[in-house]
Structure formats: C-alpha cells, structure tokens
Design a protein around this ligand. Structure first.
Ligand code: NI
Length: 430
C-alpha cells in the first residue's frame, strides 16, 4: 500500500545530487527518532582520524541506499520486467532505508568488544516499541516482521533481499561512492548510472546485462581499492585499537567495582554487558566523546592515557610483522615489562582479515554465509559468473593480502631503546 505524499520531498545529496521521497511511509520513517539518531553516528567510525573529510553519517548513507533501490525499482517498472514482483516495492524501499538503523556509535570497534550485532539491533528497532515500528504497522500489522525478514536475508522472495544485500547491492554501491567522496580519494568511483541501467530481474535474481560488464569491473576495482586504501588503512586500525582498549579497560574497571568520576547510564549498561533497547538508542558518538573527555582525567592512569590518545590523536605507531613470529612477541612482552610498559595494552598485533569489509569472491561457500556471485545475462538468456568473462575480475577475486602489523606507543619505547634486544630494535627500526 503506497500512499503518495501530496508533494514529493527532495534531499540534496553530494553523491546522488537529489534523493526523492514520494511515499508517506518513507517520509514518516525518516522522521522517527531512531532514524534521526543516525545523524549522530559516523558512517566510517574512526576513519576521520586518518581522512579528515570522513565525517559523513549513517543517516546520509541510509538515504543513499534508499535512493539507489528506488532508482533500480523505477528502472524495472519503466521497462515492465515481468520478473520483478511489483507488490514488493514498499517493502524493498523500507528495508533499504532501515538496513543500518541498529548501528551504534563506532560500531565495528564496539561490536568486537561487546559482541554486539547491529543486525540484531536493527531487527529489535523494527519489531520493538519504537517510532519505526509504529510507522511500519500503519502499512499492516505483519509489515514490521516482513521488513525484519528482509534484513535477516530470510524473506521468501530472494530478489528483494538481493537489492539490499548481495555482491552488487544498493548498500555497497552507496557506501563505496560516499566513502570515496568524503575521504577525498580519487579511486573508488564508478559509473553508477550505467550499472543501474544494466541490472535486470531474472528468475528470482538480479543479474547484469552482459554489455554492462565493464561498468561492473569498475565497481569491483573500486571496491578492491577502497578495501585496501581506506577501510584497512593502518592508521585507522591504530585508532580502532585505542578505542577497543578504552572499552576493554573500562569494562575491567567496572568488574573490579572501580568508581568512575564520570558515568552516564547508557554507558554503564553497555559496560555491564546487558543494555536495554531504550538505553542503546541513547548512545551516540558525541556521548562517547564527552565521556572520553571526562575520563581523560580519571585516576586510573591507563584509562586516562588511552582517552587522551584517542581525543588528541596520539595513536600507536605500527610496523609490518612477519606472520607468526610468536617467539619475538614473547620476548617483547618481557622487554615491555622491564621498561615499565603493560604488555596487555601497550602492544597489539593486528591483521585486517577480521574486518567486515570483503573483496569479491567467486562462489557461495557451503555455510551459506557468502553472498552469491555476480551473474551476466547473455543474448541467449544464458547466465555466466562474471569472472569467467572478465580477466580483470578473475585477477582480483578472492585476493587477500592481509598484512600483520605490530602496534605500540612509540614515544614510551624510544627513551628505553638501549635496554631492548637488538632483534626488537631491528623489528621496530630504532
Ligand atoms: Ni549500509
């Protein structure tokens, strides 16, 4: 049931120029407190410490994903493709708009520490006692459950799921373009208008007309470049390490009954390991940064130091590491203790492998977690996996060149350089 707005609403957007809202339900969803909260959460977490332009919010990304989905459906409708289930338009638009509504502040770092699952929060917001739920119920009492099943990738019509979540979906197309724009990098762009023109609904899937292969090559190259140059940037990883350490330390202190000089109740619940939806929705990045500002004066020296580092961007230095040099790491732990550092905090080995961003992979794994590959639709209606026809994609598909890096507070190590073993000095180039 689409109820049109009397007058179309238009959002100006640096990536898509304009975002058009024609439906009353979409307009009402955008105006819920839960969706407005996304204005206070950055799309790229701590990346603004590496790329100062990366201040864009999950609000702008969510609107962008909605707009791309709207354009794809509009193209399907204009061409009258019989394989597109027209009755699913509103469901697809709502799921696109709401797909990230459960993200919390600095979510990738916090998810790791507190085992938070943003997809689960998204579904709780859609199904729970929220403004979003009330708007969705205006469509039909069953509608919130349908939107949640698209988010969980369980909806009965996979074509709807693949609009929001596949190897070539509205989510990725928006975040690649948006993240490239706001970080200011030159790679990362591709011809989205061309891609939107060559998408086809075909037997329950979304496929690409073969003539559009080169536009998809550009998109996958952009994804490859952004993956290594932006998402895995070692300076960003360093800031994520500090952030995770702040929360690790604060959790440890909570467990020992430490009395914080400053504590807000949503953060207390977060640290205690069980946070209710109402409190979760109060968390945002300004609240965390205000807290770090206060904790910079905590009497716990470790917590205070970590908060100062995060706020003032005094990050850990990094050096590349040979994969599993456990002997050296054990030695460093001992050496760190000797020079008064805490090996639980003042050293960390990181590999980008555990990041949520992934490169293009050829086939679905048996566990069903992998997204299906991109298929080209030929003249004779035959489907071919794209890397079979594209040399470029074949050469980058599934490539992982994750490096190990060793992170440490350089300015606290350097004064003790003469006390370190020659091997450690060589590894750290000091
Ligand atoms: Ni997203």
């Amino acid at each position: 049931m689409l109820i049109e707005l009397q007058e179309e609403k238009v959002f100006k957007d640096p990536v898509h120029h304009s975002i058009y809202v024609q439906d009353m339900i979409i307009w009402k969803l955008i105006n819920t407190p839960e969706f407005q909260r996304l204005r206070r959460i950055r799309q790229l977490g701590t990346s603004y410490l590496t790329f100062h332009g990366a201040e864009h919010s999950r609000f702008s990304h969510s609107l962008g994903v909605y707009e791309i989905t709207r354009k794809i459906i509009s193209q399907f409708e204009r061409n009258g493709y019989a394989d597109w289930p027209q009755e699913e338009k509103l469901l697809s638009l709502c799921a696109s708009l709401l797909h990230d509504v459960g993200h919390g502040p600095f979510s990738h770092s916090l998810e790791e520490i507190f085992h938070i699952d943003h997809e689960q929060w998204t579904c709780e917001i859609i199904l729970g006692d929220t403004g979003v739920n009330r708007v969705l119920r205006e469509v039909d009492p069953q509608f919130p459950a349908q939107v949640a099943s698209v988010i969980r990738k369980k909806y009965e019509k996979p074509i709807v799921v693949s609009l929001v979540s596949s190897q070539l979906d509205a989510d990725r197309m928006d975040y690649l373009l948006r993240d490239a724009y706001f970080t200011g990098v030159n790679y990362g762009t591709f011809d989205i208008d061309r891609i939107l023109r060559v998408l086809r609904p075909y037997k329950g899937k979304i496929v690409v007309k073969e003539s559009g292969m080169h536009a998809v090559e550009d998109y996958l190259m952009s994804r490859y470049q952004m993956y290594w140059q932006v998402y895995f940037h070692p300076v960003t990883r360093s800031s994520e390490i500090i952030l995770r350490q702040i929360f690790r330390r604060a959790s440890e202190l909570t467990q020992t009954g430490y009395e914080f000089s400053f504590m807000l109740s949503p953060i207390r619940e977060l640290l205690s390991g069980s946070i209710a939806l109402k409190q979760y929705l109060k968390l945002d990045e300004s609240m965390l940064q205000t807290t770090f500002g206060q904790w910079a004066d905590e009497k716990d020296e470790l917590l205070s130091d970590l908060c100062c580092r995060f706020l003032n961007r005094q990050l850990y230095k990094y050096v590349p590491l040979i994969e599993d040099d456990q002997n050296w790491l054990d030695n460093v732990r001992q050496e760190w203790k000797k020079i008064g550092l805490n090996p639980e905090y003042h050293m960390e080995v990181d590999t980008p492998m555990d990041s949520p961003y992934d490169v293009y992979k050829l086939g679905a794994l048996p566990d069903g977690k992998e997204k299906p590959p991109i298929l080209l639709l030929g003249e004779q209606e035959e489907l071919t996996e794209i890397s079979v026809k594209s040399d470029i994609i074949r050469s980058i598909a599934g490539l992982h060149r994750g490096k190990y890096y060793f992170y440490y507070p350089e300015e606290r190590v350097l004064p003790h350089a003469e006390k370190l073993s020659s091997e450690t000095r060589r590894m750290l180039s000091i």
